[in-house]
Design a protein around this ligand. Structure first.
Ligand code: KIV
Length: 282
């Protein structure tokens, strides 16, 4: 069973950390079986699974429901629950209570929240309470309305300095890892070298201590836009649509179910029930 201590040790030993998102038990079970180190129940749940336009509408109850399902499928990976928009921004007491709900109600072992200096005091309180925390810097989707779109962050000196400072503050506050999203690769590499805790990159190049992707993106489950930083390992969208089309055609053409998919009844029983061999009316 992978713990936060394992993750910190992996950085010390120069081992690269693997992380993917999952939102249900079946996907989590497959990722765990494949040997993934960490599973993030991301609030990308909103766009990927629930059909929202962004992560903004995702609620605590939705996150808890899906995190519980993921935890039921995992026996080795470290599961991290993502704190949704407005579950920690109103005040620290509410943030702490909601983080606690993830651990108490779902079985996950850590939470992730977005932001730098502004969330550090809350991170400290969570850590003191025994809640391991993953930070998230760079393009933080819950602030997309402030950023004015999904753009690479930290591209000029001031913006880059802010990310470096935020990363150091999160480490000092007790975060055990930091996700760096859509940050120039050279900047992410420097930050990774400066920190003792691991960085997990998404669109942040190969110099991070680990990588995370949204599972539906890397499996090619969407037919729409794919961000530049995603590598599609499969094209499951085409596979699934193709399979469903075959099924429709088989059912309509009465090719499915075949004998092999069918249950038999002992000879004579149907004749006893329908002695005159009359047709069943539905
Ligand atoms: O919600 C999510 O899936 C995330 C990852 C993109 C890191 O935060």
């Amino acid at each position: 069973m992978i713990t936060t201590a394992t993750i910190k040790k992996m950085k010390k030993e120069g081992k690269t950390i693997t992380m993917l998102t999952a939102y249900d038990c079946a996907m989590a079970r497959m990722e765990d079986e494949a040997g993934i180190d960490m599973i993030l129940v991301g609030d990308s749940l909103g766009n990927v699974i629930l059909g929202y336009e962004s992560t903004i509408p995702v609620t605590m109850e939705e996150m808890l429901h899906h995190t519980k399902a993921v935890c039921r499928g995992v026996s080795n990976a470290l599961v991290v629950g993502d704190m949704p928009f407005m579950s920690y921004q109103i005040n620290e007491a509410e943030g702490l209570r909601n983080a606690g709900r993830f651990l108490k109600e779902t079985g996950c072992k850590a939470v992730k929240l977005e932001g730098g200096a502004s969330v550090c005091h809350l991170v400290e309180k969570m850590v003191v309470a025994g809640i391991p925390v993953v930070g998230h810097l760079g393009l933080t989707p819950q602030s997309v309305n402030q950023f004015g779109g999904f753009k690479v962050q930290g591209k000029d000196v001031e913006a880059a300095k802010k990310i470096i400072e935020d990363a150091k503050k999160l480490e000092a506050a007790g975060a055990f890892a930091i996700v760096l999203e859509c940050v120039p690769a050279a900047l992410a590499e420097k930050i990774s070298q400066e920190l003792e805790i691991p960085t997990i990159g998404i669109g942040a190049g190969n110099g991070c201590d680990g990588q995370v992707l949204v599972c539906n993106d890397m499996l090619g489950m969407n037919s729409g836009f794919t961000p530049k930083f995603v590598k599609k390992y499969r094209d499951l969208h085409t596979e699934i649509v193709g399979a469903v089309k075959e099924y429709i055609s088989d059912v309509q053409g009465r090719k499915f179910p075949a004998q092999v998919h069918t249950f038999k009844i002992e000879e004579g029983i149907i004749e006893q029930l329908y002695p005159t061999n009359e047709k069943v009316t539905r």
